[in-house]
Design a protein around this ligand. Structure first.
Ligand code: T4K
Length: 364
């Protein structure tokens, strides 16, 4: 049997992509803000319902540069979550800032907004929170706290492309918001990242930060990296955007089938949709807690049938080798989620028969 992976990238019809990149052979303009880059950015502002969009080589660079753009004082504290991909924390630390880990909500696995206040000190500069699996943080409460304590809010929305809250694009919340367009994401540009800045003053320097800090051919204003999206990636984005509604519909069909099969099973917990929030079904998550088999046993049994579910996110951040100095921190809800989570295969081309086979193995 062919392997079934946790995800597979959706790709446009081959001819559509070839047509999209054809002109690059004439113009020979293949990176550094070319025509594809510009039209992709314009199209994205409609899809994401946002202005001040910048395109990056990947989601990690998008977040790292976005945090750096605020020029926080070195050693400033950033309240964040340990229930995320290591990239979120790396982006804080690589900007010489100190992560302060807050626990998460049991129901939606996003940062516990009630707890944020307890971690605020005179050194706190920002909140970096993740809309994990496309579930949305308590944006209203976080906004209130940020206003009260004069903190910046930066969202890692790597999983939340296309998610809306009350009809508005998710990027409308926070001072900055990052989306990943990696091959494993709900929307991909092969590799790529997007930031949206609601803070106009910071946005004014971001385009130069992406490009070594250049601000004109002979002026280098900042010590920036090369974090540019190239034209082939932007072309992939343009193609995939045309199929994005279809992508969401196909994923919904997969999620609906999993829900039919796995709801109301003792010891298996599924994530619930949030009121007023659209779902992008970027991941299909099941927690095995008190089930007849452990999470690890289920993962092993599936792998014996060539089905590769993943423990996103295990180990939790504070248990990673590189963050062992935070290992003592007590974040019990994060720990429990990390010990019981299994991301089951989820992608547009997964068939209902595949889902049934996966569920049969889990339930047998
Ligand atoms: N913040 C959060 C919350 C994130 O989750 C991520 C990335 C980031 C920030 C950073 O964004 P980027 O810089 O990546 O844009 C994957 C991805 O590499 C990573 O993008 C993602 N999160 C993370 C959750 O998952 P791995 O090590 O699990 O990927 P890998 O290579 O094992 O791929 C998973 C499966 O996907 C494979 O078994 C098969 C399939 N696959 C993968 C690739 C790359 C394909 O079918 N084709 C492909 O080209 O990290």
């Amino acid at each position: 049997m062919n392997p079934i992976y946790v995800t597979r990238p959706s790709m446009p019809p081959f001819e559509e992509y070839i047509e999209e990149i054809r002109e690059l052979w004439q113009t020979k303009w293949i990176s550094n803000s070319g025509a594809k880059h510009k039209s992709f950015r314009t199209r994205l502002s409609e899809t994401l319902d946002a202005k001040n969009i910048s395109l990056f080589s990947n989601g990690h660079m998008a977040l790292e540069v976005a945090i750096g753009a605020f020029e926080f004082p070195q050693g400033g504290e950033v309240i964040t979550t340990a229930y995320t991909f290591c990239s979120t924390t790396h982006c804080i630390v690589r900007n010489n800032l100190t992560p302060v880990f807050c626990d998460i909500n049991e129901n939606d696995l996003t940062i516990n907004a009630e707890e944020i206040k307890r971690h605020i000190t005179e050194k706190t500069v920002a909140i970096v929170a993740t809309h994990v699996y496309g579930l949305v943080c308590n944006i209203k409460e976080i906004e209130k706290i940020a206003r009260q304590y004069n903190l910046k809010v930066i969202y890692d929305a790597a999983h939340a492309f296309g998610v809306t809250v009350g009809g508005k694009g998710i990027a409308n919340w926070g001072d900055a918001c990052m989306f990943s367009c990696h091959a494993t994401k709900v929307f991909n540009t092969v590799e790529g990242g997007i930031t949206v800045f609601n803070d106009d003053t910071v946005y004014s320097k971001i385009e130069s930060l992406i490009n070594f800090g250049f601000n004109g051919p002979e002026v280098v204003r900042f010590i920036g990296p090369n974090a540019r999206m190239n034209e082939f990636a932007a072309a992939m984005g343009l193609c995939n955007l045309r199929h994005f509604d279809e992508e969401l519909a196909k994923r919904k069909r997969v999620a609906d089938r999993y829900n039919e099969r796995l709801s109301d099973i003792k010891g298996i917990r599924l994530l619930q949709a949030q009121p007023n929030v659209t779902q992008n079904h970027s991941y299909y998550i099941a927690f095995f807690d008190g089930y007849s088999k452990s999470r690890d046993e289920i993962q092993k049994e599936l792998s014996q049938d060539n089905i590769f579910a993943r423990k996103y996110f295990y180990p939790m951040i504070t248990k990673l080798d590189c963050y062992r100095k935070y290992a003592h921190i007590q974040i019990p809800i994060t720990k429990k989620a990390s010990d019981t989570v299994l991301a089951l295969p989820m992608y547009a081309d997964l068939t209902v028969d595949d889902v049934d086979m996966i569920c049969d193995i889990i339930l047998r």
